[in-house]
Design a protein around this ligand. Sequence first.
Ligand SMILES: *Cc1c(COP(=O)(O)O)cnc(C)c1O
Length: 363
Amino acid sequence: MQLRIPGPTPLPDAVREALGRQMINHRGPEFAELIARVTRRLKPFFQTTNDLLLLTASGTGALEAAVVNTLSPGDRVLSVSIGVFGDRFAEIARVYGAEVVSTDVEPGRAADPAEVARLLESSGPFKAVLVTHNETSTGVTNDLAAIAEVVHRTDALLLVDAISSVGSIEFKTDEWGCDVVLTGSQKGWMVPPGLAMAVVGPRAWEAHKTARMPRFYWDFAKHRSYLERGQTPATPAVSILFALDVALDLLEREGMENIFARHRRCAERVRQGVKRLGLELFADEAHASSTVTAVKVPSDVDASRLLKLLREDGVVLAGGQGAQSGRIFRVGHLGWIDDADVDEILAALSRALPLARRMPARG
Ligand SMILES: *Cc1c(COP(=O)(O)O)cnc(C)c1O
């Protein structure tokens, strides 16, 4: 079976074994060591010395946490959205009472830093800028360094959804001055869904002091003070922490540079392979993601039939979301993947494509 959606991703055997471990007291010394160790080992992947908090939630919970810990109702926020997940981040801010201004980008394209700069100047000032590093719905990676540079010409906080990138694509929290960075366990980390990670910088902690959006479960300060005692405010997803501890062994053994290179290589192999099959890529290739590739569904192919044929052949890919539903399909190539997996995906695709084509109309 090839589960190749952009999360959840397949689990290596050692990670699956860790999930079967007996429970421990989440207020005991063994857990305290575990959370301290996992937190310390995650930080290099974010290239940060900021606080790293583990939340028991999916990635969306972490997006909500970033919003409610730094903002107040009525705050003006710039949403640099280039797809479904960027829109979700903006929607959370709106639901909690922020006044959201959004950029408008053609689907499949990256955000233009010059356009972000223009909006910051013409529509500001903003309390925060929400950015998706890697937009999973379109397979596009934004130039976050360039966007961060223009954001830092203002006082706005930079809140980054790095859910489908950090750990798989190079991410420089401190160098880029990201105030909050978020990810989820089921993407590149090779563990099941259930944990989210939030990296919180000094400017975000300052904002937290005066932020008035309601928060209880998500309160970063509560998480930080419990973490000092080796605990979490509420019962955490203990098994996912067991799994993450083992996954970090594998990730550290491979090394960050090798992990990033493998993701770039697999992504390139996917792109070349689908083009060889006569298919067209959805995303602007200059900003193509190393973790997910979106492919246009040809006009004579039924997307759901294609995905069904692939599934019956042992390869599970993702459909399009929102406006792209039925128009694209997506290959997740993050986490536990290598060239041979890509070749299996491409082989299945070459078998399924001709069968998914609609019969030509008879005259
Ligand atoms: C998966 C994903 C999310 C949502 O995460 P959940 O864990 O499904 O809540 C948000 N943003 C991006 C970029 C993602 O890839």
